[in-house]
Unconditional design. Structure first.
Length: 101
């Protein structure tokens, strides 16, 4: 199963989620790339959790992914996750969780 993304609160209540088409996230994320201090360390096989206080860095890195992407399905997914990240940034005690297989 490919990576997918959930917006949730501290108790695990889900507010939104996004599942990519054709495992998009698995080929879009910069795994191991140290120039992406947050996204480079997403675990493709486990869970990676980002808090609202990390969203300013996350959004900067996410926008770089959007800039590099030409496929319309991938762009739709990236934009949806970006909207979830904006909500996470503005709402205390919310988290963006990347869920791997």
């Amino acid at each position: 199963m490919p990576l997918w993304v959930v917006l949730q609160n501290i108790h695990g209540k889900r507010f939104d989620e996004a599942a990519p088409v054709d495992a998009a996230l698995n080929h879009l994320l910069p795994f191991g790339d140290k120039s992406f201090p947050l996204l480079g360390y997403v675990d493709p096989y486990g869970n990676t959790l980002f808090s609202s206080t990390q969203m300013w860095i996350f959004l900067s890195e996410w926008d770089a992914l959007i800039q590099q992407t030409a496929n319309e399905n991938d762009l739709q997914f990236l934009r949806r996750v970006r909207a979830m990240a904006e909500r996470c940034k503005s709402e205390p005690h919310t988290f963006l969780r990347f869920i791997g297989d």
